[in-house]
Ligand binder design. Structure first.
Ligand SMILES: [Zn+2]
Length: 313
């Protein structure tokens, strides 16, 4: 039985189909006409501009072509994401305004430690051109390729720069969020990750570099460094922190040369020394020391190149 805040009767009343479509970045392909939304069906991915109709007042939808069926918000989420009823309820609950409260007080204690991590495979609509990424020197085309950008919807990633995460084989796991509000980032950490994300078993960008079988690889703290290095054609993965688990180390054991390019603060530099001795057994390791107080994404492309070229192994 589902906990009370996952009651479908309540959720159907509180979450509109429009809200779901907006959250998933699907609203832009639909036209608003006299109390309806009309456009190509996002469920069967058709292109008939009149196939899919949402009745906004009654909060129901219908596809008149390939699906030839319709229903309420629950049925739509189930069809869009191929979710179970439980997952659908959790997703809808995440869209309810008071989600944060419910989630902290009800959902976590019930689920913590009991169920395994469940990946979120849906692609979110993100704004790739943002001042934050621009300041980091990340081009909009890079952000698009890496599926990173400002999230404009509600819920877990509200107000964050979202970055899509994958498992080592490339299956999507969901998104990490970089908090933009400075006070919040200071108090709660810059990054937030999906609940129970198996962080010890993933390296950011590993699935992309795996097939390249590089002779040399750079390890950074954050995805930003990875994206910047990608722009100068240098393969990199991010630790999403300052630790390397045995399982993460196994992933990169095939790379003969590793470069640690962590932030130039004391935490980053201590970690670099520790990680070097951890990795020395399997690979040649060098530490790229950045100018005081700078992160890899603070350097220009030319400075990044120069730094790597000047380093001996
Ligand atoms: Zn359809």
């Amino acid at each position: 039985m589902l906990p009370s805040h996952l009651n479908f009767k309540v959720l159907k009343k509180r979450v509109s189909i429009e809200q779901v479509l907006n959250d998933k970045g699907l609203l832009t392909s639909l036209k608003r006409r006299a109390g309806t939304l009309v456009g190509p069906c996002p469920i069967h991915h058709g292109d008939n501009p009149r196939a899919f109709v949402v009745n906004l007042n009654r909060n129901i939808w219908h596809c008149f072509t390939a699906c030839d069926s319709g229903g309420d918000v629950v049925e739509m989420v189930r069809r869009l994401d191929l979710k179970t009823y439980r997952e659908t309820a959790e997703y809808l609950a995440s869209l309810v305004q008071s989600f944060q409260l419910m989630f902290t007080h009800c959902l976590w204690p019930i689920r913590r430690g009991k169920s395994p991590f469940s990946p979120f495979s849906h692609r979110l609509f993100l704004q790739h051109e943002t001042p934050f990424l621009k300041k980091k020197g990340i081009h909009a085309t890079t952000a698009r390729r890496f599926e990173a950008g400002r999230y404009l919807g509600q819920g877990f990633l509200k107000g964050c720069i979202a970055v899509r995460l994958h498992d080592p084989k490339g299956s999507p796991l969901g998104y990490a969020g970089r908090r933009l509000e400075p006070k919040e980032a200071l108090q709660r950490g810059k990054w937030k990750f999906p609940v129970r994300l198996p962080r010890n078993h993933i390296l950011y960008n590993f699935h992309r570099i795996r097939s390249l079988a590089p002779k040399s690889l750079i390890l950074t703290e954050c995805p930003w460094g990875v994206m910047r290095l990608n722009q100068i054609s240098v393969p990199a993965v991010a630790l999403l922190g300052l630790h390397l688990s045995p399982s993460q180390q196994k992933l990169i054991a095939f790379v003969p040369q590793l470069t640690l390019m962590l932030d130039a603060d004391s935490a980053g530099q201590n970690a670099a020394t520790r990680l070097k001795s951890q990795l020395d057994a399997t690979s040649k390791v060098r530490i790229a020391s950045l100018p005081d107080g700078l992160d890899p994404d603070d350097l220009s492309d030319r400075e990044l190149h120069a730094l790597l070229e000047a380093l001996p192994f």
